[in-house]
Write a protein that binds this ligand. Structure first.
Ligand SMILES: *[C@@H]1O[C@H](CO)[C@@H](O)[C@H](O)[C@H]1NC(C)=O
Ligand SMILES: *[C@@H]1O[C@H](CO)[C@@H](O)[C@H](O)[C@H]1NC(C)=O
Ligand SMILES: *[C@@H]1O[C@H](CO)[C@@H](O)[C@H](O)[C@H]1NC(C)=O
Length: 414
């Protein structure tokens, strides 16, 4: 009887405790690198619901929006990418060299925009306003939700299905966590009013993370807890342990992980192949997305990982002066706000066995590993019926087409 829940728990236990990132970047770009891809989680954002605290002086951006800390993290990522890329990419943005993609969420678009401000500091012909915007010039990107935010693509019923046992805390380990945390969750309900769920406790964690960043004082129920057995420091830690719980659980739950990351990993492999066979000359491709999507992709790529800090993600290099073409997987993390570090990814044994001492492996090995869970036919993976979708577009007036459904429309018209 105990056997099955234990087995289900095992994968999450095994991948817990990621080693901490180094304090500085520890890799340089290879002189033969012809293409670099990077993916990033958005920077620090506001919680979904602010805790009631006297005299709150942070969060003016609004719920779930990118904060000034998040912008600084993304800018730091852009600066570090520039110093990593060096000569591979012109100092000025040129459309033939670089392509960027974002989820439709404001926080992802703003993260990408800020990172690109750190990456491109216009010089010479690209300078257009030295007076007030000397170091900035606009850079275009595409919004692509099937690629980077599948959970909000309208009609993707298989995404909803994959999320269901996580959203409802009905996976055995989540159910057990709710039971074990009952006193804490009930205390939250009593003091803050929100329902005693894991996602609400995770939102308290997001509040704490930002109160810490902005040196704000905690509400009384956190600074002087009246819950038996807790001090200010242990209750803070207890709530922080819920941070991103559902997102991380999605990435460690096979159906949710494939649904979130399968199309993006396919895009990555296709881009690497196109560069290696000479059909594309793009030198940099960047993506901005969410925790569960970026983390899912990293795990699908064979990176040993169970959580993802704001503005953290992956970097991939393709080396083409060799036969066969080689790839190297790297990670990037903020340290903790303005500085950013790039370092070798910690790979699962199957891939580290196929890598040399500098982390290079044949592109074909990565492709083989990733192909088990990636897909290009996302409508059928979603369970979307193209015919019923088309007819629902015809019957809906332009005013009620949501961002995600107009995204679908854009993809369909390609
Ligand atoms: C919070 O306090 C620390 C330490 O005094 C300081 O370095 C940091 O800039 C402050 N943060 C903000 C957002 O004011
Ligand atoms: C190169 O790779 C891309 C991506 O996999 C593929 O679509 C294309 O057909 C390939 N071209 C050649 C000439 O092999
Ligand atoms: C990679 O190497 C192949 C074969 O030599 C070549 O056709 C292709 O153009 C190269 N790709 C890039 C991006 O330089």
């Amino acid at each position: 009887q105990m056997f099955i829940p234990l087995l289900l728990l095992l994968p999450t236990l095994i991948i817990a405790n990621d080693p901490p990132p180094p304090s500085q970047s520890t890799v340089s770009i290879d002189p033969n690198t012809v293409l670099v891809l990077f993916g990033t989680r958005h920077g620090n954002r506001n919680p979904e619901k602010f805790v009631d605290a006297p005299d709150r002086r942070w969060g003016e951006e609004g719920e779930l929006e990118l904060t000034s800390i998040g912008k600084r993290q993304a800018y730091g990522l852009g600066k570090e990418l520039r110093s990593f890329l060096g000569q591979l990419l012109d100092v000025n943005y040129k459309p033939g060299q670089a392509k960027f993609f974002s989820s439709s969420a404001n926080r992802c678009q703003m993260t990408l925009q800020t990172a690109l401000a750190g990456l491109f500091d216009p010089q010479g012909w690209a300078d257009w306003n030295k007076e007030t915007l000397d170091h900035w010039s606009p850079v275009p990107y595409s919004i692509d939700d099937p690629l980077l935010r599948m959970y909000s693509v309208k009609g993707c019923v298989n995404s909803d299905k994959a999320w269901d046992p996580i959203s409802h805390d009905s996976l055995p380990d989540l159910r057990e966590l709710v039971e074990r945390s009952k006193p804490l969750l009930d205390y939250m309900k009593e003091k803050d009013g929100r329902d005693p769920t894991i996602s609400n406790a995770a939102d308290i964690a997001d509040n704490i993370i930002n109160m810490d960043f902005y040196n704000a004082s905690y509400p009384e129920w956190l600074s002087n807890p009246t819950l038996k057995g807790y001090t200010a420091s242990t209750i803070r830690k207890a709530f922080l342990s819920f941070a991103e719980n559902h997102m991380n659980r999605c990435a460690s739950y096979t159906p949710c992980r494939s649904m979130m990351g399968g199309l993006w990993t396919n895009h990555i492999i296709t881009s690497l192949e196109a560069a290696s066979n000479g059909s594309a000359m793009t030198r940099l491709i960047g993506y901005a997305s969410h925790t569960e999507v970026t983390l899912s992709v990293m795990i699908l790529l064979g990176i040993h990982k169970s959580e993802l800090t704001t503005s953290a993600g992956f970097v991939i290099e393709l080396r083409n002066g060799t036969s066969p073409p080689l790839v190297r997987l790297l990670q990037h993390d903020p340290n903790p706000v303005d500085d950013h570090v790039i370092y070798p990814a910690h790979l699962v044994p199957e891939l580290s066995r196929k890598s040399d001492s500098h982390g290079w492996m044949p592109l074909s090995a990565l492709k083989e590993f990733v192909s088990r869970s990636s897909f290009s036919d996302w409508e059928s993976q979603c369970g979307i019926n193209p015919c019923s979708l088309q007819s629902s577009f015809h019957s809906s007036s332009p005013s009620n087409i949501s961002p995600s459904s107009s995204m679908l429309l854009a993809v369909f018209s390609f």
